[in-house]
Design a binder for this molecule. Sequence first.
Ligand code: FE2
Length: 294
Amino acid sequence: MTIDLHPLTPHIGARLTGIDARKPLASAEVAAIEAAMDAHAVLVLPGQDISDEQQLAFSRNFGPLEDGANSGARDSELRLPVVFADVSNLDKDGRIAARENKKRMAALANRLWHTDASFRVVPARYSILSGRIVPSEGPNTEFADMRAAYDALDARTKAEIEDLVCEHSLMYSRGQLGFSDFLPDERVAMKPVRQRLVRTHPVTGRKSLFLASHIGTIVGWPRPEAMAYIRDLIEHATRPEFVYSHRWTPLDLVIWDNRTTMHRVRRFDDLNIVRDVRRTTTRSDGPTTAQEAA
Ligand SMILES: [Fe+2]
C-alpha cells in the first residue's frame, strides 16, 4: 500500500493513508510520517482500530513516551495506565464522569488553546490521539499553526518577542477557569517551568510561537502586562486562517506536533454522551531554555 497525503488547509493538517498503525512500522514509514508532520504539523490517519498496546508501540517510533498529566487524579483513580492521557469523559469505572468530578474539572482547561506538556522542562514533541468512541455531533478538536502565526507577525513584534521566556504551569491554565483545588504535592509537581516564546523547529528551521494557556507570566515583566500581551498573541495566533478544525470519525488517529501548533477541544454534552479518546505523548529533544535550579 502506498502512502497518500492530502492537505486539509493551506497551512496546517493533512490526511494520511497507507499506514497500518497496528503493525510495526518500517523505518521508511516512520520517516514518511515525520516528513509529513514537518510539512503539515497535524496528521489524520483514518480507520486505525488499535489497542492500547498498539498505540504505545506506534508512539514509541517518535520519541520516548511522556506520562499523561491526568488532571490531578491519583494513579488509583485512573482508568488507563499513567502513560496515557485519558482525555475521555469517563471515570475509573468507565462511567461518565460526574459534574463535580475532579478530573473533569481539570480537563475543562482542554477547552482553552494550549500545547500539551509545555509545563514540563522537556516539553512534548508529538501527541497521538486515538478516537475510540467519538460522538457524531462532536466535539471538534481545533489546531492552530504557530509557524504561520509567527510568520504573519510584523517585524517589530518579531524583534520584541525573539528572546522572551515564559513560565508555564498547569496551575495557570486551570486557574484561568477558577480551578484551584490542588493538593500540596500537586503544587510542587506543577512548579512553573520556563520556555522560550519563539522556538525554531530542529528539522525545518522554521520559527514558531510557543504559546499555551499554561503560560502564567513572561520572565522579567509585570504579570498583568505579560498576561495581556500573551492574550493578544493567542488571539492573533488562532485567527481562522491559521486553524484546522477536525471533525472526528470513529477510529481516527490524529497526530500533532506540539512544537509548532496549539489546540483546543470544543464543548459538548459530556455529562450525557460518551467520548473515549486516548492520548500518548512523546518527548522533544530537550528544554527550550535553561531552567532555574529546583
Ligand atoms: Fe491537549
